[in-house]
Ligand binder design. Structure first.
Ligand code: GAL
Length: 680
């Protein structure tokens, strides 16, 4: 029995929009859902205007019938609170509910998810509907979980209206206390921005030039919190009326807009919508990273709540998934800790912007490849039921900090706008993934003591407290470039980077030297390995070199800071590029391929991949509790050495849970776009 909901085993199903279909189709829906093994559907995500056609006048009868019908066929419901799209009557009677963009334009009705997160009218209306839904369905046996709103920050991540301005000012008062505090934190002495009244402060609307970056940073924090307040207001009513029903909202993978560490703490279960692009060869690794983030948010199983059976409809070119790819991508999510596979959507729409988006049951009905693959996947998911609830132990953590992300990507004010946090994470994640090494994501203030290797691809914003926590970490630590640059208010630390990390790392960054697009800088390691730096390099000083002694008791000295690599050629020739002090490594550049450095770090931390050896290209190896997933994303058969872990006893050859087949001794060969799941 999985722990996420009271539905046993793994969850399988998708978004179901019965209001788009006549009743007779519902009968066919439940019959076919049963055929495919669907045990959970998400209902009512965009149903507000159909459930509350006039203020306070509810029309629940159709939803009652849907829930009864689903329950009668053994299908549980992830019930949305239906608050994702405010109905026309609300936006016409209260136009201020619609969001305003950075240019001051109020956006029109006619799409979805258009609302001002700070609007008291909107929040009150959502809470009223959430209460009505909870009271109506509190005893309904189909109710397995609550789904609040939909993909917060999708379409509307921020609103620049007057009401948002008022809310922003309240948030700022709470953060900074006094106007003097705000002026100091925002550095308003620069460019003549000194405020003398709170009312003078506005959201960072479109301005003639670059906007104050601290104002922007606070705005991003505020906007994440304003949406979270919407979520929390609904959650509070649901918890009051149905305290035992788990609550979620569907996340959007690796998303800059929302601080998911904070958000996940407010949910009972983490769920994610993942739409890897079948046309992007990096999709498997990007998906793996986002799934590992989801698993890390609550350090346990999560739920893939939406994915595409085949093509989406919102990219410029929407490439379908080749035969076998839906299954492979679904198995990948299970491998990385999802306790189910859910899709958008059950039945392909006949109208609306998503009529060409794929579905479990396509326009062509049941005589289609898509349908056959849907049914086959349902059977695979049932075969893997026992994995529900199992967890992954990672020895490596990548640090992810939303404050740093927001600060690093401030427009028009950085040494280079080519440092993108998602890419920096991927640069480290990809080689770890290729080696079959399990990776957690972690916030910098989490207890990191269970890891052997912690990599901070970037910690642009680093406070003294965070630096102290990192200094206390006993394992191998790697800090990437442009870290420890600013404090919590985006103000540069005295003496420059790495600021409070200086004592730990024993280095000083004298100068940032971004590399132009297409350019590179050579770096040579102590053992003569040549690496290429792209995008970024730094003029780095090691305390003790250049006749420097360091300037404090916690500064390093030439004796204890080892130079692991030096720049070669150009103005940086011979200068340190990578250093180590004790167990802390600093990289002042972005290696095009971090593998040669990574291998040394893994060896120092005593970490080997799942198979203990390398993996063929395109093969992913992922351990989840006693289960080992081997996934072949490639176009050719791949042969993988079978790890000892998967075959604990010579007399019991491992069995593939997907086929029930006992594997012969020796390496396993996996067909293209196929997988095996072994239990040890
Ligand atoms: C998601 C959204 C769904 C559906 C899907 C299509 O962003 O939550 O409602 O629109 O995309 O890919």
């Amino acid at each position: 029995m999985g722990g996420l909901t009271r539905v046993p085993g793994l969850l399988f199903g998708g978004d179901y929009n019965p209001e788009q279909w006549p009743d007779e189709v519902w009968q066919e829906d439940v019959r076919l859902m049963a055929e495919a093994g669907v045990n959970l559907v998400t209902v009512a995500v965009f149903s507000w205007s159909r459930l509350e056609p006039a203020p306070g006048a509810y029309a629940f009868d159709w939803l009652d019938r849907v829930l009864d019908l689903l329950h009668a066929h053994g299908i549980a419901v992830d019930l949305a609170t239906a608050t994702a799209t405010p109905p026309p009557w609300l936006v016409r009677s209260h136009p201020e509910v619609q969001p305003v963009d950075a240019t001051g334009t109020r956006l029109e009705f006619g799409s979805r998810q258009g609302y001002c997160p700070s609007s008291p009218v909107f929040r009150a209306a959502t809470v009223r509907l959430a209460r009505a839904m909870a009271e109506r369905y509190r005893e309904h046996p189909a109710l397995a979980m609550w789904h609040i709103s939909n993909e917060y920050a999708d379409h509307t991540a921020e609103c620049f209206c007057e009401e948002s301005a008022r809310d922003f000012r309240r948030w700022l008062r709470h953060r900074h206390g006094t106007l003097a505090g705000l002026n100091s934190a925002w550095g308003t002495s620069c460019w003549g921005q000194h405020y003398t009244d709170w009312e003078q402060i506005e959201p960072p609307r479109k301005a003639p030039g670059p906007v104050n970056p601290t104002q922007l940073l606070d705005w991003r924090r505020f906007s994440s919190d304003a949406l979270l307040a919407c979520f929390e207001a609904e959650r509070e009513v649901l918890k009051e009326v149905t305290p035992d029903v788990p609550v979620t909202t569907n996340f959007m993978s690796v998303l800059r807009d929302l601080d998911y560490w904070k958000w996940a703490a407010a949910e009972d279960l983490v769920s994610d919508d993942a739409y890897p692009d079948p046309a992007d060869p990096r999709s498997p690794v990007k998906a793996a990273l986002s799934y590992d983030l989801m698993r890390s948010l609550k350090r346990g199983p999560w739920l893939l709540l939406e994915s595409a059976p085949s093509a989406v409809s919102w990219r410029p070119v929407n490439v379908p998934k080749d035969p076998g790819v839906m299954r492979l991508h679904s198995l990948q999510a299970l491998a990385h800790g999802s306790d189910g596979v859910m899709f958008f959507q059950w039945r392909q729409a006949r109208y609306g912007p998503e009529k060409f988006h794929s579905a479990m049951l396509p326009h062509g009905g049941t005589r289609t490849r898509q349908w056959r693959e849907t049914v086959a996947l349902g059977a695979d998911v049932r075969r893997l039921a026992e994995i529900a609830g199992s967890t992954t132990e990672a020895e490596v953590a990548l640090l992810l900090d939303w404050d740093s992300w927001w600060g690093l990507e401030a427009p028009e004010s950085m040494p280079s706008d080519r440092l993108r946090l998602h890419e920096l994470l991927l640069a480290w994640y990809a080689p770890l993934h290729a080696r079959g090494i399990a990776v957690d994501l972690a916030p910098p203030d989490r207890d990191l003591s269970s890891y052997r290797l912690v990599i901070a691809p970037n910690l642009y914003l680093c406070t003294a407290e965070r630096a102290a926590a990192l200094a206390a970490f006993p394992g191998q630590l790697v800090v990437g470039p442009f870290s420890g640059v600013v404090d919590a208010d985006d103000q540069v630390h005295d003496g420059g980077a790495p600021g409070p990390l200086r004592g730990l790392l024993g280095v000083r960054v004298e100068e940032c030297r971004p590399i132009p697009d297409g350019g590179s800088q050579e770096v040579v390691t102590a053992d003569g390995t040549r690496l290429l730096a792209r995008t970024w390099s730094e003029w780095l000083s090691v305390d003790g070199e250049d006749g420097e002694d360091g300037d404090g008791e916690d500064a390093g000295s030439a004796q204890d800071v080892e130079v692991l690599a030096r720049y070669s050629g150009g103005p940086l020739d011979g200068r340190p590029a990578a250093t180590r002090r004790g167990t802390a490594t600093y990289l002042s550049f972005l290696p095009e391929d971090p593998a040669p450095l990574l291998d040394g770090m893994l060896a120092a931390a005593g970490i080997t991949g799942v198979t203990g050896q390398g993996l063929p290209e395109g093969v992913e190896a992922c351990r989840r509790g006693p289960y080992l997933f081997l996934l072949n994303h490639g176009d050719a058969p791949a042969t993988v050495p079978l790890p000892a872990l998967a075959a604990p006893r010579a007399d019991t050859p491992p069995t593939d849970l997907l086929t029930g087949r006992t594997l012969p001794a020796g390496p396993v060969t996996i067909a293209p776009r196929d997988a095996v799941v072994l239990k040890s």
